[in-house]
Design a protein around this ligand. Sequence first.
Ligand SMILES: Cc1cc2nc3c(=O)[nH]c(=O)nc-3n(C[C@H](O)[C@H](O)[C@H](O)COP(=O)(O)OP(=O)(O)OC[C@H]3O[C@@H](n4cnc5c(N)ncnc54)[C@H](O)[C@@H]3O)c2cc1C
Length: 701
Amino acid sequence: MTWGQQNTEVDAHEQMDYAVSQGVNFFDTAELYAIPINPETQGLTEKYIGNWLAANGNRNKLVIATKAAGPGPQHIRKGPNFSKEHLKQAIEESLERLQTDYIDLYQLHWPERKTNMFGDLGYRYGDEPAVTNFQEVLAFLKTYIDQGIIKHIGISNETPWGMMQYLKTAEMYDLPKIVSIQNPYSLVNRTFEVGLSEMSIREKVGLLAYSPLGGGLLSGKYLNNQKPEGARYTDWPNYFARYKHPNTAKAVEAYYQLAQDHGADPAYHQDVLNTAEKVAEYLKAAGADAVEVCETKGYPVVYGEKMIDPSKPTVLVYGHYDVQPPDPLDLWESAPFEPVIKETEIHPEGAIFARGSADDKGQFFMHVKAFEAMNKNGELPCNVKFMIEGEEEVKKMGEMGFLGMMVEPEFGGGGMDTLSYVLAMEEISKVDASCSVIMSVNNSLVCYGMRNFANDEQRKKYLPKLASGEMLGAFALSEPEAGSDATMQRTTAKDMEKGHKGINCLIVEKDMPGFTQGPKEDKLGIRSSDTCSLMFTDVKVPKENRIGEDGFGFKFAMKTLAGGRIGIAAQALGIAAGAYELALKYAQERKAFGKPIAEHQAIAFKLADMHLEIEAARQLVYKAAWLKDQKKDYSLASAMAKLKASEVAMNVTTEAVQVHGGYGFVKEYHVERMMRDAKITQIYEGTSEVQRIVISRAILD
Ligand SMILES: Cc1cc2nc3c(=O)[nH]c(=O)nc-3n(C[C@H](O)[C@H](O)[C@H](O)COP(=O)(O)OP(=O)(O)OC[C@H]3O[C@@H](n4cnc5c(N)ncnc54)[C@H](O)[C@@H]3O)c2cc1C
């Protein structure tokens, strides 16, 4: 990273925050930076990183690399070299600027000797002796390694000869071995491939490729003599002379064309940027002005400073894509403010505009990551349906009848039986457990509880809205100190006439004064379904909102949960079945040792066990649903179904990750999300331990 010349400390910190939020854990710098070389900005990059590390307290979670400058820049130690004195000073100053006690990777920025580096071709024989005493340099760096101040060492801008000297010397004198070489490598600079690639691989000295886009050339942004504002070759046209050869421009043009012919771009980032420009056009068309695409955050962000209608609160434009959406929370997390969406409106081009209060700066915010993901699928933004935090999906579920499946048709429901509901839950959970938990709570806790225990007025008032998805139901039983032991609740309702008796279930609407919702919990799984604390401060609930007789609340909860368990059991079954389907497909496609991994017995047996366990769980879940439909006692059956299915979900998803190998650990392949989602099925609506209590009591009674 080089900050301090083309960008500020604020930019640097924003970029590091963003990088870390995207899973980056490695920052590389140098005492020399910022680039282009300038005595006034020397050391600033390290300083910015140091301030950021100190502010975030996350040093131990990151790999930090830096470098000692080689001969040349006179403003550093009047011309640096790799003598003990120079290296000592370089290391100590870097540690101070970086505000750290140790450096994970310490590199020698370029050779001390005169050789062809930085893109020079043609070696001039016999120019001068090789000045470096490799043994002395390695022995000196070893003293820092022994103290734990340097963890690993590497070289940079080196030639095969230099690399060989470091390796040979380390071997001969039992000194530390270099672990990396940081040289340029891109489609317009493949010099590394000759000589160094083989050494790097055979000697296990990893390449840290710098300038992978040829300093931005390959993005195509300089094509046709374009001079983008603030770009490196615009401001410093003679920088990196190695890329100035007329053939380089021709090569860039050819690469660019090749990529365009295939609907791609040599610099993926450029693709994203193009999309961002399109988004900016939408915004302009929608009446905003001063729209700007900022490139400083790794991913482009579109900002606009004026509102469509200044009399309204800040407008937030939030793009999202419908095909396998990422966890919306991940997108929100990088938003610069927390918007409160109040009203949505569909833009003719497909984007959804949400009106709400954001901050007082009147900013537009558009996270282009969503567009980037769309482009990956070769789709244009306007062809993709946008949504805001999954609201659209839930609305769709309501329209399709999934939110009130067992509610009688007279109340706008589907009038179906439990088994049908279980089948739908299973299918939806195969793909998205966050959607299915919303469906489950609304159907089997809220609608079921109302149908069976509410009075006619309450049913008429709420069931049609709940069944259509116009209202979403929540079931608030647990409290911070009352989970499995649900009788320990502290929330109290006072009957203003008679005082209070026992536990009661009350219908509370979101807009009743005194009701507030806490912030979203940051969860392991089912991240698209919000989980928040609910606060009730002197909320006045009309008496007609109590369900059942005075004191009926606990019975209501237990009876409802017995049925709810079947829904969660079906959710667990679906998660397991979804992960199994992905694993089965992958095992037939992925080859290792010359055949599909499914043909290796260890994997085939895993698949067999997964299939068997899922089928066993399925029988229990369907049986519990059937018993309920037959109006027979299903409390034991539903506890067994939930216990078995949730444990199968956890085991099968873990095995599905294993079948996928390393890819299973990567978000793109979904099974890791399923594994995270599976865990909650062992916890909510009665933990596995509680189910065992229910089962053991039933069999011992
Ligand atoms: C994502 C999410 C969504 C949720 N949604 C809702 C919701 O919509 N409505 C709602 O009311 N609640 C909800 N909950 C709360 C959930 O139902 C409780 O977390 C759950 O019932 C467990 O209670 P607890 O967390 O207090 O754990 P505890 O009851 O404190 O249990 C801790 C551990 O002790 C074990 N344990 C407790 N008692 C016993 C015992 N007698 N014998 C043996 N082991 C025991 C438990 O099994 C568990 O392993 C949700 C929780 C999560 C995480």
